[in-house]
Design a protein around this ligand. Sequence first.
Ligand SMILES: Cc1cc2nc3c(=O)[nH]c(=O)nc-3n(C[C@H](O)[C@H](O)[C@H](O)COP(=O)(O)O)c2cc1C
Length: 272
Amino acid sequence: MTDLSDLMKQRYGTARHGMPVDGNAVLASLMTHRSVRAYLDTPLPEGTLERLMAAAQSAASSSNLQAWSVIAVRDAERKARLAEWAGGQAHIRQAPLFLAFIADLSRLNRIAQAQGVAHEANDYLEMFLVAVVDAALAAQNVAAAAESMGLGTVYIGALRNQPEKVAQEFGLPPYAFGVFGMCIGHPDPSKPASIKPRLAQPAIVHHERYDVAAQSAPIAEYDELFKAFQVSQSLPTAGWNAPTATRVKGIEALMGRHTLRAALARLGFRLE
Ligand SMILES: Cc1cc2nc3c(=O)[nH]c(=O)nc-3n(C[C@H](O)[C@H](O)[C@H](O)COP(=O)(O)O)c2cc1C
């Protein structure tokens, strides 16, 4: 039995009455997650990628189609290009391993072609979603596995800033798209990352039917909690609500990704 009370407190800010605190090592490892953006030079132990990929491929997959691929990047110059396209994120250069997760319908096309059958379904949004969901599930298994091994990770959604450059860099065939990346490395202990609190469960978790009203109080509380977290991290105390609203206000918040649909069309996805 592992006592989760301290992790519960870090995740939700306060000791929540009625929350179970008995857990196990897996729950404790999942709840200890924090994104890591500062890495040591230390190379990853031999066999790390193979272990992480075995964890990734152990994730569930829609109809077992396994509609995802991954590009493992260690080359410094390639990481530098990817970092630049991702808005200059230095941790991409610093991490010994960068994984680009690919929503990949191209393999399914080739399998159909080899059998002389059409692959019309891959022109529909549904199959694009299948591939993106498969990639995300695999990636989250990688993150959980890496963290269980004492490594740090951070997702890189900014891989979508320049989807066509990324496709060209990796030599992706049509119907394949770099949906996000992930940096992996040994966390730099001189720049430790903290557990970031989340919304209280009533803002997220509904019982039987969706409840809008139940969310108001926890959202207001979270804004205050997040301000306190920002103070503890010496960050500007903007809270959570205002930056979150700004993040959805207009297309400028999409950092160029408002053209993604057109880019996807050029990468072969028709999204019918
Ligand atoms: C799909 C996805 C894309 C993300 N993209 C980036 C990114 O490009 N750069 C970055 O520094 N963090 C990125 N993040 C990390 C989030 O900012 C982070 O998970 C969030 O602030 C919560 O913090 P925590 O992971 O430390 O709990 C991304 C996370 C996800 C899930």
